[in-house]
Write a new protein. Structure first.
Length: 293
């Protein structure tokens, strides 16, 4: 069956974008071949397997690790070498040794017992896979390196950096300048650590329409999108218009000021300082009383 499968499904070699897509194709081919009869046999492949399955040893009940273990050291570019390929990890791990478990389709990076990164396994040799989120702390200090970053190009190709991000970034650079506009975008990207990607994109789209070009304005709108998705739908008699969002956004700074507790303290007074201006005239002094010396 191995030769038959290779000749019929892997010749010519299928073109896919990821291992996950290839695995899904193989799964569909397996299901299709299960209904096939080999030669003139009276039963299908699935029917013969149903007879053989009780004779096979059962799978173990307890989970066990099947991946290969590596312990590479993180280089100065915040990357680790696994085989002939390189993968990114958070910049805080530069110079440290991490634990990597390599599986057939993905790899997981651990710092002690905490998972810090997860990547799809690269197929070609000498390739590099970078996660933009791993470099945000470094890029916010050097925003000039953001436009030409390889991690940005890979995020754009993977669909994580959408045209909405580009449009909001362009407007932010016009208003705040190259450095501050890019830094504001990086602050927005940091929201992905606490909010879902689609909610942040929805908040960016709302902020862009309202002309709100700060991370403090995007954060409340992203949270509103998350709450709207979690809440049940309203009355069917008043359906919401698809894509309709309010034209104004709430600034996080203004929201915090509006929710401050009332200030009951008395207003400050400078009366006690007036006594510093009243100095008695001493002997031999030309200053009059009431004048500062």
């Amino acid at each position: 069956m191995i030769g038959y499968f290779r000749r019929n499904h892997f010749t010519p070699v299928p073109e896919v974008d990821s291992l996950a897509e290839l695995n899904e194709l193989v799964h569909q081919w397996d299901l299709h071949d299960g209904h096939r009869r080999i030669g003139s046999r009276p039963r299908t492949v699935d029917e013969y397997f149903a007879v053989e399955q009780p004779l096979l040893m059962p799978l173990p009940e307890e989970p066990f690790e099947t991946g290969r273990l590596f312990t590479p050291r993180v280089d100065r570019y915040s990357q680790i070498a696994v085989g002939t390929n390189r993968y990114s990890v958070p910049t805080r791990l530069i110079g440290k040794r991490v634990r990597v478990v390599l599986h057939a389709s993905h790899l997981v990076v651990y710092d002690k017992n905490v998972e810090v990164a997860r990547h799809e396994r690269l197929i070609a040799k000498g390739s590099c896979r970078l996660d933009l989120d791993h470099y945000l702390e470094a890029l916010i200090r050097k925003p000039g390196a953001f436009p030409g970053a390889t991690a940005l190009e890979q995020a754009r190709s993977a669909g994580k950096f959408t045209p909405v991000h580009d449009a909001w970034w362009a407007q932010a650079r016009k208003v705040h300048g190259e450095r501050d506009g890019t830094r504001a975008l990086i602050e927005v990207l940091l929201l992905n650590r606490h909010l879902a990607h689609e909610h942040v994109v929805a908040g960016l789209a709302t902020a862009l329409r309202a002309g709100a070009l700060t991370a403090d304005a995007v954060a409340p709108e992203a949270r509103k999108a998350a709450q709207t998705e979690d809440e049940p739908t309203g009355d069917a008699s008043t359906p919401a218009v698809s894509g309709q969002t309010p034209a104004t956004v709430t600034s996080l700074h203004e929201w915090r000021l509006a929710h401050l507790p009332p200030d009951t303290r008395t207003l400050p007074s400078v009366t006690p300082y007036d006594q510093l201006l009243r100095r008695r005239r001493t002997s031999g002094s030309d200053h009059r009383e009431g004048e500062a010396q």
